[in-house]
Design a protein around this ligand. Structure first.
Ligand code: ATR
Length: 287
């Protein structure tokens, strides 16, 4: 019986090998986005979607590295597991304890988190909202919420209020971030007494499961940007609530998706693609 020969440098593919890991992953738009970035910048690349149905992210990443993988994205439900797969982390990934981008450095993975900066760029550059001194409410205290907190703080928002169905998780996330003067938690049931916010971010997975959130309109004013981190059908219930409550603007996370991808691409190739064309193309396909 012959063993499969391991790939040596001489046999590794010449085209840079990239992939996104998750479960489920079939509907990921990342392969399309990165192919478009590569085409735009004249960079030949291969970007696949790899399903990890058994939950063994580390083993999947190791197989990918052995076959020549130089970079990866990690999506739900593995963004926190990915931290343990990395020998070194960027400062923003360490602060958030969440990784969505990996880069092969020598024999190990370097981990970064581009989600938070992607969100900030979408809000400040595409939608031209100055985040400085804003009062922010984040709904949800899972991995998605954890990923964006450090970047919002760095963007000089005033305060961030966290509300989670399970209040212990919101308290634990406040403790993890460790900035009690700027990040505090409230009970979900207390939201009706919390006043209104400049930015209300839905970081729950309720919409993905087709569930509506029970939220008071008093969270919104005519100046509020309501932002759902998910996009497409998953964002529709939250955005319908925000429009019914007459928020200034209600937008989904498609722009964040493209911006975080561009930041990953920049880590791998040292060039930042133009995101607007790709965003408009995705938006047109979604409608
Ligand atoms: P992710 O990595 O996407 O953040 P997660 O870590 O499973 O996924 O977190 C999901 C978040 O959505 C949690 O904050 C969860 O609240 P609980 O911690 O109370 O479970 C929130 N969530 C999911 N469905 C919800 C619903 N119907 N109403 C309110 N919050 C919901």
């Amino acid at each position: 019986m012959f063993e499969t020969p391991s790939l040596t440098e001489a046999t590794l593919p010449a085209t840079p090998q990239l992939a996104v890991f998750g479960h489920p992953i079939a509907h990921s738009r990342s392969p399309h986005i990165h192919a478009a970035f590569g085409h735009q910048l004249g960079i030949d690349l291969s970007y696949r979607a790899i399903d990890v149905p058994d939950g063994r992210l580390a083993a999947s990443l190791a197989r990918f590295a052995a076959s020549g993988g130089i970079g990866a994205n990690v999506t739900l439900p593995f963004k926190r597991d990915a931290v343990a797969c990395c020998a070194d982390l960027s400062a923003r990934a360490r602060r958030a304890s969440v990784v969505n981008t990996l880069q092969r450095r020598g024999d190990a993975w370097f981990g970064d988190n581009t989600d938070g900066q992607g969100l900030v760029q979408d809000i400040t550059e595409r939608h031209r909202l100055d985040l400085r001194a804003r009062r922010v409410l984040i709904l949800g205290a899972g991995g998605a919420s954890q990923a964006i907190l450090p970047s919002l703080l760095d963007a000089s928002v005033d305060t961030i209020t966290l509300a989670n169905r399970n209040p212990q998780r919101a308290d634990a996330l406040c403790d993890l971030i460790g900035e009690p003067a700027r990040v505090r938690s409230v009970y979900w049931e207390g939201l009706a007494d919390a006043g209104h916010f400049d930015l209300v971010i839905n970081a729950t997975s309720a919409g993905v499961q087709g569930q509506a959130l029970d939220l008071p309109f008093s969270l919104l004013s005519a100046r509020t940007l309501a932002y759902d981190l998910s996009y497409g059908a998953s964002a529709s219930l939250f955005l319908a609530w925000a429009r019914a409550g007459q928020a200034w603007l209600a937008i989904d996370g498609l722009g964040m998706l493209v911006e975080q991808a561009a930041l990953s691409f920049e880590l791998w190739f040292g060039e930042h693609p133009d995101t607007e064309l790709v965003f408009q193309d995705l938006r047109a396909r979604a409608t």
